[in-house]
Write a protein that binds this ligand. Structure first.
Ligand SMILES: N[C@@H](Cc1c[nH]c[nH+]1)C(=O)O
Length: 379
């Protein structure tokens, strides 16, 4: 074999890390199942059309051609396949799905992040109201609680907010588009020059602070409240405030922040979006949001939907669990297999020692810091 290296951004997983990952995944899947969600599995390979609504700003998909020359991709997202399933299978609505699997995203070289990562998530399809968004938050934060994560911050955002504000501004359409771009890119000098014609209007205070409109929830809302009243904006603010109150009531130990100056975490979100962080790390633990238009890409009827997915690898990194518990090695003669089997059941964290001699078993026990139980001794 010529090339024993792994492709860029991939890795092997083994030992305690792999075990922690399995435990975390199992805990999450049990949580989803116990709340009445149904399992959905989709293939890792899909036609690239399925992912058309996905913006490729941050990552690109792996692409192939099938034998008919159709473009295939390794799925870069697990929500879009759910939308495809909904449009092709005629499943009755409403429905609550759960899933876990790997997503493949070619990230920028030297970004230090992996291109194959594991997600576990839920999608709630067919409910319009805030209750479905809150169920996603409840599940996400219960998951964090079960994994004993402390210091969790939920960052709320709203996909419609930026367009709702920009729509109200008395600026030419091309300037509005450039203003939005400059805001997202945090290109401050360009941003300032683009909104300068509105100095002296009721929008001045808000526009002067918009690029910094993230962080403390109440402070951000106070700035938003300086904007001229508009019904659409009112309902966005009311929903955000109600959601913050919900999280504070259900999870008093977790923080809630608000970011109204970012690009929506996914191009297909149409409403509230939420991400969970812990400590100072910039990697999120979970990410989700409402996507009421996505299914119209696959079918004519509009269907309301909201979901959230954990980044299982990020959870593994944060998990502060004891590893390397001491194991017991059970050494036995092959005729003693039944007795060995009995001991294996009785002794927690034990494993059969398959060495052919006691000397080899002793060495293995020394090397692996295990206790040796020698069943041949009593014969
Ligand atoms: N698929 C989204 C997360 C999500 C699940 N449901 C809704 N959003 C992501 O990978 O960021």
């Amino acid at each position: 074999m010529k090339n024993k290296n792994l492709p860029n951004g991939t890795r092997d997983e083994f030992g305690s890390q792999a075990e922690i990952k399995e435990t975390i995944q199992m805990k999450l899947l049990t949580l989803f199942k116990n709340r009445g969600f149904q399992k959905l599995t989709t293939p890792a390979l899909e036609y690239s059309d399925v992912f058309e609504p996905l913006s490729t700003d941050n990552y690109r998909p792996y692409q192939f051609l099938d034998e008919q020359g159709e473009r295939l991709v390794l799925r870069p997202d697990l929500t879009l396949p759910v939308a495809r399933v909904m449009s092709t299978t005629g499943v009755d609505l409403p429905v609550k799905w759960y899933y876990s699997g790997d997503v493949f995203r070619i990230k920028k070289r030297l970004s230090g992040s992996y291109n194959q990562t594991t997600q576990a998530g839920i999608e709630i399809i067919g409910y319009k109201g805030l209750k479905a968004d809150w169920e996603c938050l409840q599940v996400a934060l219960s998951g964090c609680q079960q994994l004993q994560l402390k210091d969790v911050t939920v960052e709320l955002s709203e996909a419609k907010f930026v367009d709702t504000v920009i729509k109200q501004l008395d600026l030419p359409e091309p300037t509005k588009a450039s203003l939005k771009q400059a805001l997202f890119d945090k290109d401050l000098s360009r941003y300032q020059s683009l909104w300068s014609p509105l100095v002296g209007t009721p929008f001045e205070k808000f526009l002067s602070e918009w690029p910094w409109l993230f962080g403390n929830f109440n402070q951000v809302i106070r700035v938003v409240e300086t904007l001229p009243r508009a019904t659409e904006l009112e309902s966005i603010i009311q929903d955000l405030i109600a959601t913050k109150t919900f999280i504070n009531r259900q999870f008093p130990n977790y923080q809630v922040t608000l970011d109204l100056s970012i690009r929506s975490p996914q191009s297909y979100y149409t409403g509230m979006a939420f991400r969970g962080f812990t400590g100072k790390s910039a990697d999120y633990l979970f990410s989700g949001g409402r996507y009421d238009e996505l299914l119209t890409n696959f079918q004519k009827v509009k269907v309301s939907a909201v979901g959230v997915a954990f980044d299982v690898d990020a959870l593994v990194e944060r998990a502060d669990w004891p590893v390397n518990q001491q194991t017991t090695l059970i050494y036995f003669d092959s005729e003693q297999w039944q007795l060995a089997e009995k001991k294996l059941k009785e002794i927690p964290n034990s494993t059969l020692c398959l060495s052919q001699s006691l000397a080899a078993a002793k060495q293995l026990a020394d090397n692996s810091n295990s206790v040796l139980l020698d069943l041949t001794e009593s014969r």
